[in-house]
Design a protein. Structure first.
Length: 361
């Protein structure tokens, strides 16, 4: 451990009257090593003391390596006050950390900390984390990623950008590079790209717009970089794989006959590919989306409001499906949780994730 090595070094380089201070140094050295062996000492916060909550599902990395020790811990603090202590759950062989983050403010900067049980040391993220009430930071399908380093300095980190596909001579959908900045700092970021003779590129702020040069089709790549404005200007780069396909006719349906049956009968099956008349490629697929019409006389939204403060609660992130291809997502939708007929929690949809965050007592 760094601290013990430094202390021993100081002892070795002590002056000739070392013997006089022999006992003093040994006693203090043992005392400090004992402190290092005390563990994190973290205890979960009492949720009833707070009126607001956010949730995080994360994978945690130390020196860019996924942590796997079951005794390691992750927590978040507001000043010296612990506001969230993560629970570790193994899913498909990876250790996920689930954390409820408590606050009495709509938004608040907090500090993430990581306890490494092997080193028996606590490491601190150098980047303040802005916690917003009701936010869902990551989920099992797309976990948030936390990075900690031995020197407590968190470098800028630009994550992989998904492969992009478009058509020749057509502008592709813009890429918002900040969405892929896994680890950013508070100094600001400058964005750059490296020229590719097959592409025409425009970069405004973090927004990257791409089209191929006239009549180019095929696969190529574009390298982009993020440079922090922090001292030393740390930089990270990543490569985007871009495929531009030749233009072909878009799918077009001919006339699809109406289908109607008597109640209890079965619809006849028919082949949609025989009714498609426009596409000339080899990669045609079909899907469906239910059409749900709003009621002409909708009921009034329920006035659900949990009236009891609970000493213990749990947080749940949920997705509400009507069919496998249709989700309830009206802005006025509300979910209620009931235990023995008593309302214990409500949730509305998070606009950025499409998920619902429950805090259930």
């Amino acid at each position: 451990m760094k601290m013990s090595v430094q202390l021993i070094s100081n002892i070795i380089s002590a002056p000739r009257n070392w013997g006089r201070y022999n006992a003093f140094f040994i006693i203090n050295l043992l005392f400090l090593l004992k402190l290092l062996g005390q563990g994190s000492g973290w205890s979960a916060p009492i949720s009833a003391q707070y009126g607001r909550c956010a949730t995080m599902t994360a994978l945690v990395y130390f020196e860019d390596t996924l942590i796997t020790d079951e005794n390691d811990q992750v927590a978040i603090f507001a000043g010296t006050e612990l506001r969230g202590l993560a629970s570790r759950v193994m899913i498909a062989g990876d250790p996920y950390y689930f954390m409820s983050i408590y606050s009495n403010n709509t938004s608040e900067y907090m500090t993430l900390k990581y306890y490494n049980s092997n080193l028996d040391l606590i490491f601190i993220s150098s980047i303040p984390f802005l916690v917003k009430s009701g936010r869902i930071y990551g989920n099992i399908e797309n976990p948030h990623e936390l990075f900690f380093y031995e020197d407590n300095v968190t470098p800028i980190k630009l994550g992989p950008i998904p492969n992009q596909m478009g058509l020749e001579n057509c502008l592709m959908s813009p890429i918002y590079l900040s969405d892929y900045l896994k680890q950013q700092d508070t100094f600001g970021t400058n964005w750059y790209y490296f020229n590719n003779p097959n592409l025409q590129v425009t970069l405004v702020g973090d927004t990257l717009s791409i089209t191929g040069v006239p009549n180019f089709s095929g696969t190529t790549n574009l390298t982009v970089s993020a440079t922090s404005q922090a001292p030393g200007n740390p930089t990270d780069t990543t490569e985007i794989i871009i495929t531009l396909n030749p233009q072909i006719a878009a799918p077009l349906f001919g006339i699809i006959p109406d289908q109607g049956i008597q109640k209890g009968d079965t619809f006849e099956l028919f082949d949609l590919s025989l009714l498609e008349v426009g596409y000339s490629g080899n990669h045609l697929g079909f899907n469906y989306l239910p059409i749900v019409e709003e009621s002409d006389n909708p009921i009034s939204p329920p006035s659900w409001s949990p009236g009891t403060s609970y000493n213990y609660n749990m947080t749940i992130t949920a997705k509400v499906n009507f069919t496998p291809n249709y989700q309830f997502n009206h802005v006025d939708d509300i979910l209620g949780a009931f235990i023995n007929g008593q309302l214990t929690g409500t949730a509305t949809q998070n606009a950025s994730t499409g998920l619902y965050l429950f805090v259930i007592g």
